[in-house]
Design a protein around this ligand. Structure first.
Ligand code: BES
Ligand code: ZN
Length: 479
């Protein structure tokens, strides 16, 4: 079955641009597309939720699944234990004179709740109208597998890869990659590479592929306030005891103003303002505000008035309350003064903010505004730094060519609002600034949401793009 038949694309003109991708590789990918989907479904059936300790065996199962797949491709692959979930690392060294590509992804997934909102169960992959639905479909199992499938096709047609390849698939991305930094530090030599490819994000919009050159960083903290020893009768004690929920919300309300401007002193000190040419480029991206509001189910978008939607979503820092608890929220009414209250707060950071500094600023601001009655504890849950990747480098050109080959469209360059915690360390620890963030997903895939999905057409196009990337990278490092 030809590619054209499946997805109605005409490859001929692109064969000219990336002359080195053998026809047979594309035919092989098309011929095996059904099998790739079946393998993806098998991978998606493993509930590798990294946050929940009850899934430890599933996590290991997913890691072994990846290692086994790499083994079948001829990789020397093994599990490396960490303090929590294993890292899968494999390498296939073709020839010392060839450049090396390191592929990074994650086999862990977010918890699937709220379960009742899934049309089909999260770990029983289901195909409907060209999409595969399951937790992890787009984030990140489907996107990860595009690399393995492309290599399988290349190997079966040509017998060898055009590059040396290292594959690093971890199981802790969704919990902030707490142990991967140490793995990098310890294995610098093993991981040495010329270029890194990561597909753990999105295209700009359905049908508009993108290369991402910026990611936001993340600080995530939890605040707990302890009041009285236990919940009190609000009639007997109301009027003489501070209410921790009241104290908490007063503090939270001072973190950000209604225009979305964060009120923590020094928060913006190191924020790199967007240069005019980048603002102009961003303003040309076809943002459909009506469509976005409809998708989100909101009548108005909010945020910093002086910045566009794209700027606010990707290049400006934010602060959000993710959850809040305390007191009585059950059926009926219960007259108490609660003993405790708590909240989880996160901040997305942009270049050149540093998560360690922002965490400290947050804590000292909270302490400075806390009432004397409040016994407060603040815990840091995540910290990852923002990333900006040099766009003006040969690997970007190679990636753009490869995307155009697979998607039949030139990619746009975008920043993403999400975070991939390890990417900053790739730059610093591995000393590799050639990082290709090639999101194969779509913003409406529902990552982290119920009914997460991945387009099978994108899956297929991405596999073709990855095959092309091997050749275009080899070419760009050769010349
Ligand atoms: N795939 C996402 C990162 C992402 C999200 C990239 C949106 C581009 C657009 C990744 O799996 C993720 O969810 N990261 C977390 C990191 C956190 C748990 C430390 C995030 O951004 O919230
Ligand atoms: Zn995620």
């Amino acid at each position: 079955m030809g590619m054209k038949k499946i997805f109605g694309m005409d490859r001929i003109q692109h064969e000219l641009e990336i002359a080195m991708v053998p026809h047979k590789v594309v035919d092989e990918i098309s011929a095996n597309s059904q099998q790739y989907v079946e393998e993806l479904a098998e991978f998606l059936r493993i509930p590798s939720v990294s946050t929940e300790s009850e899934h430890a065996a599933d996590i290991r199962h997913a890691a072994m699944w990846v290692a086994k797949k790499l083994g079948k491709l001829g990789f020397q692959a093994e599990l490396h234990e960490t303090a929590r979930h294993p890292v899968v690392f494999g390498h296939l060294l073709v020839d010392a004179s060839l450049p090396t590509l390191l592929i990074y992804g994650h086999y862990d997934v977010q918890p699937p709740d709220p379960l009742a909102e899934w049309i089909t169960p999260p770990f029983s992959p289901s195909i409907r109208e060209g999409y595969i639905y399951a937790r992890g479909a787009t984030d990140n199992k489907g996107q990860c597998l595009t690399y393995l499938m492309a290599m399988e096709a290349l190997l079966s047609v040509t017998g060898r890869l055009p590059l040396n390849v290292k594959v690093l698939i971890e199981g802790e991305e969704e919990i902030g990659s707490p142990n991967l930094g140490q793995f990098l530090q310890k294995n610098r030599e093993l991981l040495r590479t010329d270029v890194i490819a990561i597909s753990d994000g999105s295209q700009f919009a359905p049908g508009i592929p993108a290369i991402t050159y910026g990611l936001r960083g993340l600080c995530y903290l939890e605040i707990q306030i302890q009041g009285s020893n236990f919940d009190l009768h609000s009639g007997s004690f109301g009027g003489v005891v501070a209410n921790p929920i009241q104290e908490l919300i007063e503090m939270l309300s001072r973190l950000k103003n209604t225009d979305g401007i964060v009120a923590i002193p020094s928060f913006y000190d190191h924020v790199l303002e967007l240069p005019p040419d980048e603002r102009l480029e961003m303003s040309r991206l076809p943002v459909d505000e009506m469509q976005l509001k409809k998708y989100l189910g909101v009548e108005q978008l909010t945020g910093e008035p002086d910045y566009s939607i794209m700027e606010r979503k990707t290049a400006r820092p934010t602060l959000d309350i993710n959850g809040i608890w305390g007191g009585f929220a059950g059926e009926g009414a219960k007259t108490i003064i609660p003993a405790k209250a708590g909240a989880k707060v996160s901040m997305r950071l942009v270049p050149n903010q540093r998560s360690s500094a922002i965490n400290e600023q947050f804590k000292s601001f909270i302490r400075s505004i806390a009432p004397s009655t409040a016994k407060i504890q603040i815990a840091e849950m995540h910290g990852s730094d923002p990333v900006l990747i040099e766009r003006n480098q040969p690997a970007m050109v190679a990636a753009a060519k490869a995307i155009e080959f697979g998607f039949d469209k030139k990619p746009v360059f975008i920043r993403e609002g999400g975070s991939i915690p390890i990417v900053g360390l790739f730059k610093d620890v591995l000393d590799c600034g050639s990082i290709l963030l090639l999101g194969w997903g779509s913003p409406d895939d529902g990552a982290h949401s119920p009914n997460e999905r991945f387009s099978l057409e994108d899956f297929h196009r991405a596999i073709c793009s990855v095959a092309a990337l091997f050749y275009s990278l080899e070419e760009c490092y050769r010349t």
